[in-house]
Design a protein around this ligand. Structure first.
Ligand SMILES: Cc1cc2nc3c(=O)[nH]c(=O)nc-3n(C[C@H](O)[C@H](O)[C@H](O)COP(=O)(O)OP(=O)(O)OC[C@H]3O[C@@H](n4cnc5c(N)ncnc54)[C@H](O)[C@@H]3O)c2cc1C
Ligand code: FES
Length: 370
């Protein structure tokens, strides 16, 4: 059983996250009428929640943050949990049929964003996941890196630190505003040196009409508070075969920057090549930082490539799609590990190139920003 105080806190969090203004009488009324479903977590915990929302959203409201790369839209398959009982009557949805194997389905695995909390249920949640923490942050600075990519630096307030590894990401909670009636969560890679304490950095590319990116680009101000949770996802390993290839486009720069700053801190000795694809000069950023890192690492080269340079760019560097540039530069990738980050299209095309050069799946890591 949970401590009574924890339960009260959970329920209060639930209402305050939904934007209710509570006075103590209303709070008591609501507790009686709405928080009437029991979720049993593993063998030893219970939480009372409101009926009707997805299990993914309900758990987030209760302070349990299930990994997601799609914000609960059935698009990533990461929110899988074993649910021994309580959702048997709910048919598998299309995303579940896509992401879950027959074996998953017979053993009670469901996508938590696809099942609804309609009655008491029992869910198994890995202990590691129960350690993912929500954190209150405050925006310390906002800076335009390009016309559509913004750097967001957040000071961690409560708790005032978050341990993470390069390649990991957080979920940002976007509060309700003009484009969304309810709070939503979106995933952003951590861009700073993991050794940096007390602040985190994100690079966010504007997606026209996107709920989160419109909020971050057009509404968020320095001094605002933002809730996040994390860290999520796997880190890019700090050891492995001989050479390292990093490939990114757009805001895919973000995790690569964190990986490189970590390499500088660890005095990485291996050969590292970083191919960054952009359309034109106005899409390039952090070039000076990359040149600095070239001086600090034993064998690192930054190779930016423009696919559609403008005449006024006077570009004398690499031209073409990043896949073609990688194919030209890379004679053989057998003794190599790679990290790729950017649009799904770019990553799929790069995977083909890397495999044609002899790389195996187990040495290729990637994050598709979808
Ligand atoms: C592991 C992971 C890490 C990520 N890290 C970053 C990061 O560091 N920086 C960053 O900027 N983004 C990152 N993303 C993408 C981010 O999570 C959001 O998907 C993105 O910011 C769009 O959110 P939105 O709410 O503004 O758009 P939504 O409201 O979700 O979408 C609006 C419309 O735009 C489309 N759309 C959504 N995303 C994109 C996109 N990236 N490009 C083109 N169209 C899109 C949708 O299909 C929809 O039609 C990451 C994604 C993943 C999975
Ligand atoms: S959160 Fe992405 S599929 Fe459920």
């Amino acid at each position: 059983m949970l401590e009574p105080n924890y339960l009260k806190h959970t329920i209060i969090c639930f209402f305050s996250q939904r934007g209710f203004l509570l006075d103590s009488c209303r709070e008591k009324d609501m507790l009686g009428s709405m928080a009437d479903i029991k979720i049993k977590i593993n063998t030893d915990r219970e939480v009372m929640v409101k009926q009707g929302d997805s299990l993914y959203a309900t758990l987030a409201d209760a302070g349990v943050f299930v990994p997601s790369a799609c914000g609960g839209r059935g698009g990533c398959g990461l929110c899988r949990l074993t649910i021994p009982n309580g959702v048997e009557s709910q048919p598998f949805t299309k995303p579940e049929k896509h992401w879950l194997t027959d074996e998953d389905r017979t053993s009670g695995v469901r996508l938590s964003c696809q099942v609804k909390v309609l009655n008491d249920l029992h869910v198994n949640i890995p202990e590691q996941l129960l350690k993912v923490k929500a954190c209150q942050t405050q925006v310390v600075s906002l800076r335009n890196l390009t016309y559509d990519i913004k750097e967001v630096r957040l000071k961690l307030l409560k708790p005032d630190n978050m341990e993470f590894k390069p390649g990991q990401y957080i979920q940002v909670r976007i509060p309700p505003y003009e484009l969304s009636r309810l709070p939503i969560f979106r995933t952003y890679s951590l861009a700073n040196d993991p050794a940096e304490s007390g602040e985190i950095e994100l690079e966010v590319r504007y997606v026209p009409n996107g709920i989160s990116t419109t909020y971050i680009h057009q509404y968020l101000k320095e001094g605002d508070f933002l809730s996040i949770n994390g860290p999520h996802g796997n880190a890019f390993p700090s050891d492995g075969p001989g050479n390292i290839i990093l490939i990114a486009g757009g805001s895919g720069m973000s995790p690569v920057k964190s990986i490189l700053l970590d390499m500088v801190a660890r005095r990485e000795k291996r050969t590292v090549r970083y191919y960054f694809g952009a359309k034109a000069l106005r899409d390039l950023f952090f070039v000076d930082l990359m040149r600095e890192i070239e001086k600090k690492l034993a064998d690192f080269r930054f190779v930016p490539a423009l696919s559609e340079p403008m005449p006024e760019d006077n570009w004398s560097g690499e031209r073409g799609l990043i896949t073609d540039v990688v194919a030209r530069h890379l004679p053989d990738a057998k003794d190599t590990m790679a990290y790729l980050c950017g649009s799904p299209l770019m990553i799929d095309a790069c995977l083909k190139v890397l495999k044609s050069k002899g790389m195996t799946d187990k040495h290729i890591y990637y994050d598709k920003f979808a």
